[in-house]
Design a protein around this ligand. Structure first.
Ligand code: RP5
Length: 181
């Protein structure tokens, strides 16, 4: 990944590597070209102090890697997977088919169809194989939703989410006050 121009800051794997805790959230994407969008999910996880890993896994170009990644996710300690893909965006659905973990899909905006293709590919899953789909390009919400999944059994993390929500409320209140002045 580093050779492909993805910063060391983003590649945060360290599975059992000592200093860093093992990742709880896996952030994957179909192509390096998805990183500018997916970086927002990474930023949210980092801001909340949630250990994560980042990798490029393509349903079409690296199908064997997709299978290995999905099948090993539970044993590696992952609890949520965020998967971004564009166009014929099969990645999130294929991952969901091969793991019991919650999968959050991020439809990447495309130049030809503005991401409508990605959205429909990801959201129209068959009954029994859910993918939680966020809005086109909204990897921030994917990060926040992953944290909300983890919140159920982590009171400290839940407190941070409540603080985040309060910050948003205060920001809106501040704007309203200024408008009324
Ligand atoms: C998808 O194809 C990727 O998720 C990406 O959004 C899209 C285009 O990939 P590149 O041709 O830019 O590598 O699989």
């Amino acid at each position: 990944l580093l050779a492909e121009g993805i910063s060391e800051d983003v590649v945060h794997r360290g599975i059992g590597a000592g200093a860093r805790p093992p990742p709880l959230v896996g952030v994957i994407m179909g192509s390096h070209s998805d990183l500018p969008t997916m970086q927002d999910a990474v930023d949210v996880l980092r801001d909340f102090g949630v250990p994560y890993e980042v990798d490029v896994v393509s349903a079409h170009r690296t199908p064997e890697k997709l299978m290995t990644y999905s099948r090993s996710a539970v044993d590696r300690g992952l609890q949520v997977i965020i998967a971004g893909a564009g166009g014929a965006a099969h990645l999130p659905g294929m991952v969901a088919a091969m793991t019991p973990l919650p999968v959050i899909g991020v439809p990447i905006k495309t130049s030809t169809l503005n991401g409508q293709d990605s959205l429909l590919s990801i959201v129209q899953m068959p009954r029994g194989v859910p993918v939680a789909t966020v809005a086109i390009g909204n990897a921030t919400n994917a990060g926040l939703l992953a944290i909300r999944c983890l919140c159920a059994s982590r009171p400290g993390l839940r407190d941070r989410m409540v603080a985040y929500q309060l910050d948003m409320k205060n920001a809106v209140d501040g704007i309203s006050r200024r408008l009324l002045e």
